[in-house]
Write a protein that binds this ligand. Structure first.
Ligand code: GDP
Length: 296
């Protein structure tokens, strides 16, 4: 992603280098390249404007340091602003004060939510050495329950389900009860997804959330959907107060806009990225590493 930014900037640096310092005039070229690259990456126009303005302000406020070339200074400014746009530090999952860690997973259909549930379960089990239970609350699609059960059996994580006739909030509450009784450390609740945001889905999500008081409410977001993803994050965050997002399908031909937009639009960090179909393909999201990759 963002191949064009580093290539475009290479051209624009020449003028900055010649002048010896950053000026309102010579940063115009690089700013134009940054703006173009961000729009191509499918970041929304208001966000692009805001970002470019911030970089401009910081660039012109940079003190001249002997021995550091102005183009290098500008790269550092852009890098720092990218890191800050994506939330600064890596954000871990929240730990419970008492009882099991409960992660509620939400998302539109097809984004990779159920896969993300399996990936998170494996992560908590393998890396964090936790005893994990998954709970299937998608009562509209028997296939979704079967899929979770199948994923669970692949990694030896039990799945609590009550078929398709029960109420999602009730299933979630009973799942949590079981987890407490049987001393599970973590519970992952997979919720139902729809093709589009609708008020029934949001109401149901709120009810499930109320039933289990989760430590994290994570939204699975398809990285391929660019700035549209940012809108989805905003809608879910407004209804269900997310604690973060999992950006899925980052291995695909994503233009990168979603990675840059989620935090700025919702105020909530990306906590993990999915990088493949396999259950091992989950990584924590590092804003600094992502910024370096963007700048090439
Ligand atoms: P859900 O409807 O949101 O639960 O979506 P699924 O978990 O069923 O995933 C939908 C499709 O996306 C499946 O074919 C998954 O294998 C695929 N998928 C999920 N996560 C990733 C990912 O990180 N990378 C790739 N390439 N494919 C993924």
């Amino acid at each position: 992603m963002f191949d064009n930014l580093s290539r475009g900037l290479d051209k624009a640096w020449d003028m900055v280098r010649k002048d010896g310092k950053l000026t309102a005039d010579n940063i115009k070229g690089p700013m134009r390249e940054i703006r173009r690259a961000l729009l191509e990456a499918d970041v929304s126009l208001p966000l692009v404007r805001q970002f470019v303005k911030k970089v401009e302000e910081s660039a012109l406020g940079v003190k001249v340091v002997k021995g550091v070339r102005p183009d290098q200074q500008l790269v550092k400014v852009v890098n720092d602003e990218l890191v800050s746009l994506m939330g600064g530090e890596k954000q871990d999952l929240n730990e419970p004060r008492l009882g099991p860690q409960v992660i509620l997973l939400a998302g539109l259909q097809g984004v990779g939510k159920t896969t993300a549930a399996g990936k998170l379960a494996l992560h908590l089990q393998k890396k964090m050495k936790k005893k994990v239970l998954m709970v299937a609350t998608d009562v509209y699609r028997p296939a979704a329950i079967d899929q979770l059960v199948k994923l669970g059996s692949m990694i030896k994580v039990p799945v609590f389900e009550m078929g398709t006739d029960a109420d999602p909030a009730d299933i979630a509450a009973k799942g949590l009860e079981k987890a407490k009784k049987e001393k599970f450390d973590a519970v992952i609740v997979d919720t139902s997804g729809r093709l589009q945001i609708d008020s029934d889905m949001m109401t149901e999500l709120q009810q499930v959330k109320e039933a289990v008081s989760p430590t994290d409410v994570l939204l699975a977001v398809d990285a391929m959907t660019g700035q549209e993803a940012a809108g989805v994050v905003k809608a879910f965050n407004d209804s269900a107060e997310l604690t973060g997002a999992i950006l899925t399908k980052m291995d695909g031909d994503s233009r990168g806009g979603a990675a840059l937009s989620v935090k700025a639009i919702s105020g909530k960090p990306i906590k993990f990225v999915g990088t493949g179909e396999k259950l091992e393909a989950l990584e924590p999201f590092y804003p600094d590493r992502t910024a370096s990759r963007i700048l090439g």
